[in-house]
Design a protein around this ligand. Sequence first.
Ligand code: ATP
Ligand code: PRP
Length: 230
Amino acid sequence: MTLTLAVPSKGRLEEMTRDWFAQRGLTITRPGGARSYLGAIEGIPDITVRFYPASEIARELIRGNIDLGVTGRDLIHETSEAGPASVEFARNLGFGGADVVVAVPDAWIDVTHMHDLADVASDFRSRHGRWLRIATKYITITRQHFAQAGIAEYRIVESLGATEAAPASGVADIVVDITSTGSTLAANGLRVLEDGVMLQSEANLIVSKTADWSKERRAVLDTMLVRLHD
Ligand SMILES: Nc1ncnc2c1ncn2[C@@H]1O[C@H](COP(=O)(O)OP(=O)(O)OP(=O)(O)O)[C@@H](O)[C@H]1O
Ligand SMILES: O=P(O)(O)OC[C@H]1O[C@H](OP(=O)(O)OP(=O)(O)O)[C@H](O)[C@@H]1O
């Protein structure tokens, strides 16, 4: 009866996750090296570590295929509308902080708030003969947020990389993307709307609510969470 803990296999969260566990006396090992997807925590045989991309960790936590994992809050919200309700955010890890934002070209000087964008969107078709296009990889979050803002007249252009370049290259008009220092948006002549922060994200230790939680498994989890208190 072992629990599965998924940790990011690469990217910005990988090393910081290991450090965070190490600071609490838990050493994550990866005996097969960087290309191996299986690991352990020294001294805790009840837990198996799996190394996955951060976005897969979000998906598998929601499905209940892994018991707990480290990933960004944004990826839980993006993976499905039911995502946040399917998991428990157990520990905020204090790194991987970034905001999912709506940003428009600097030249759109009259567009400072979402209600201005609503006006632009509703006029766009008659003025330009097409819908307002939003480049993003955050499709679920964009749909929810724009619906809340009463904006329906737009089209999403799915972007898997270099989203901030889309307006300048003519692929889209505005973007929804993640930002931390703001330098990528600024370098691409984009500005965040004043009420354009859709979600504040941070890396979290997250427990699946849909996994199998027998009494014994819950006890292993609780012992682990006690060791990981701040
Ligand atoms: N500039 C940033 N500063 C801080 N955190 C960021 C930044 N960009 C992304 N993140 C966070 O890092 C987490 C993982 O991002 P990453 O791009 O590694 O995801 P992934 O899905 O594993 O990668 P990939 O798309 O390359 O497969 C996300 O939760 C995101 O919020
Ligand atoms: O607000 P900023 O600090 O400029 O960060 C934002 C950028 O970071 C992420 O990209 P990527 O994973 O390539 O990150 P990196 O640019 O930090 O390498 C994200 O997709 C943005 O493009």
